[in-house]
Design a protein around this ligand. Sequence first.
Ligand SMILES: [Zn+2]
Ligand SMILES: [Zn+2]
Length: 332
Amino acid sequence: MNDGRSRLYIVASWALWPALFAAGLVGAGWAFHTHSPLLWFNVIYLSIVALIAALERLMPYELEWLKHDGETFNDIAHTLLTKGGVQIAAAVGASAPMAIATVVQPTFTPLTAVWPQHWPMVLQVVIGLVIAEFGLYVAHRAAHEILALWRFHALHHSVERLWVVNTGRFHVVDSLFKIGLSQIPLYLLGAPLPVFLWISAVTAFIGLLTHCNIDVRTGPLDWIFSTPRLHRWHHSKVLAEGNTNYGENLVLWDQIFGTYLNPARRPPVEIGISGRIAEGFLAQLVQPFSTRGIRQILGRREPQAAAPLNSSQADTSTELEACPDAPSAGRH
Ligand SMILES: [Zn+2]
Ligand SMILES: [Zn+2]
């Protein structure tokens, strides 16, 4: 369908997703061979962020999503806490993977021989991605279907616009849960460090692209990767649409377990949750830990303060919190 766009625009919209992803991977491959891999990886990462942010202005998918929502500082702070924290731990502790592997791997010695160390690195990374993706899928689906976990994941879904900057807006508990489930199986199987590095790179760049507000067209790529189109459905307010497309990099497990959604119509512009997320970074961090905070996140009403004794309504107006804890009640 040519809706009046120039040929250059159409070509760019098809080429941008693969081009940006490839540019990120090539840059990461180069960074991994320098003397300061972490530093140069971050330089590449921020350059791709800047490029995506510029392209969002040049060829936006949704004009509404260009408007400011007052959450930019919080989005960046949550990203830094999660991604920065993991990187600092890796840099300072000579790698958390090693520490965990030392403690846990001996218990699973027979399994460590399973990893195909001699296969080409590309194949090892593909296998690693599929295994890690299973943990990501389980963690993400659980975060939607179990209320005790949704209270942390709701922060990510509280965004009302999708753009590159809120890609990393995750509560730190949500992130740690996801990282744990996706990476520990790889440690136990004895995957080498380069596999972890490449999986981190793939996750970083696919992640940036899933939230991008660029008018990209991905066609058959939607069958393999978690693309912006699929992730826009995941942010739908409609429960049947939002509780789908859990894949972070690949959508293989969504297809196997029947949670893949990619209808021909346009994904919704109105996104968000029915509950309320606190204002301010620190308030957002502590909100899931208090009864009141959880009630706000779930969109339940506060129990009313005791009514005046002489009120004729006194005994009928305090029955509020009646919503049962039902699975899949994440977004009403
Ligand atoms: Zn989600
Ligand atoms: Zn998202």
